[in-house]
Design a protein around this ligand. Structure first.
Ligand code: X2X
Length: 337
């Protein structure tokens, strides 16, 4: 009797569950490094929301920020997407470049002088080429977003030229290119995840870091001793919206298109947000950072040139590793912007 009742109530549960189309899962896992305090995490939230809307709830995405599906190790994210540990991701080209060497393109020091240069890459032939590379790696790329132009900060002194960085300890991200760049500038770089970076800055284990201004501000890096900020825009990392190949194949063509359109829209909004308040015409975020007690240095053309010259050998070495043709195409697209 009891058992029968139990079976009946279990069946009721099964039938009461929302009808799922063939092969669809109740939930798909979306990985990001940063949480919803940042434009990056907000992009994840927005993508999930748009997908739910556009698929009438057939595809339900849950956000896992902090790269928590790979224990916070952001350089393992791409592999986990390929393996299906992660279903969807919005990832930085920096974090995926250990597996996809072409993505180091965006980390070539001083390749992109401004946001238009980044757009010339992501929105043109170079962007399409890179999506093909990602597809060859069995991951489905859908749209571009943006983490942003990366600026350098530290707790010690203003940085105007490489001489000011001498011996200073910097936390850098996961691609070896960053070790080369910071070594060439005379600094002492150490690689660690974003999760480890904040305590390392707070304890003084490292003196400085490099991240976009939207990240600097939302992470309140001024509270962990980062009192000097130099706007050198030396590299810029776009974000890429992707889906695991098998998950993609399991959806109907109409739902795939819905997921793609949602990614494109969330990506567009994300780029806008990542660039807000950081230009002379719209300096609100810069002013806010300054008001929190941070001294901002804008290098002169000659000072900037000293950084460019010091990192030229790194640029040349990595241009070869990335692929000379792709780098030439990128340089040409930027020159024409
Ligand atoms: O780790 C970083 O510095 C961050 C958050 O910008 C990236 O994931 C590339």
């Amino acid at each position: 009797m009891m058992l029968r009742k139990l079976v009946i109530s279990m069946m009721a549960l099964v039938f009461a569950a929302p009808a799922l189309a063939d092969g669809y899962r109740a939930e798909y896992r979306l990985s990001t490094v940063l949480n919803t305090a940042f434009p990056w995490g907000q992009a994840g939230e927005r993508w999930a929301e748009l997908v739910r809307e556009k698929t009438q709830g057939r595809i339900n995405i849950k956000l896992y920020p902090g790269t928590s599906l790979v224990g916070g190790d952001q350089t393992r994210e791409f592999t986990a997407i390929r393996q299906g540990v992660i279903d969807l991701a919005i990832g930085s080209t920096i974090n995926w470049s250990p597996q996809v060497k072409e993505l180091n393109l965006f980390s070539l020091p001083f390749l992109m002088p401004d946001a238009k240069a980044l757009d010339a890459l992501t929105q043109g032939e170079v962007g399409r080429d890179l999506f093909k590379v990602i597809e060859r790696n069995d991951v489905v790329p859908l749209a571009w977003g943006e983490n942003g132009a990366r600026e350098i900060s530290n707790s010690k002194r203003p940085i105007h030229t490489p001489a000011d960085m001498k011996g200073m300890k910097f936390r850098v991200v996961g691609s070896p290119l960053f070790l080369d760049t910071f070594s060439a500038l005379g600094a002492n770089p150490t690689q660690m995840s974003w999760a480890d970076a904040q305590p390392a800055l707070a304890s003084g284990a490292v003196d400085g870091q490099e991240n976009p201004l939207a990240v600097f501000s939302a992470a309140k890096l001024h509270t962990v001793g980062q009192k000097h900020l130099t706007l050198w825009h030396y590299v810029s990392d776009p974000l890429i919206f992707v889906v695991n190949k098998d998950v993609w194949a399991s959806w109907s063509p109409a739902d795939r298109e819905a997921v793609r359109q949602a990614a494109i829209q969330a990506g567009r909004e994300n780029v806008e947000k990542a660039r807000k308040g950081i230009t002379p015409a719209d300096p609100a975020l810069l002013k806010q950072i300054e008001a929190s007690g941070v001294a901002i240095v804008t290098p002169s053309a000659a000072e900037r040139q000293a950084f460019v010259a010091a990192t030229q050998p790194v640029y040349d070495k990595w241009a070869k590793a990335i692929g000379g043709d792709l780098v030439k195409k990128a340089e040409a697209a930027i020159a024409k912007r």
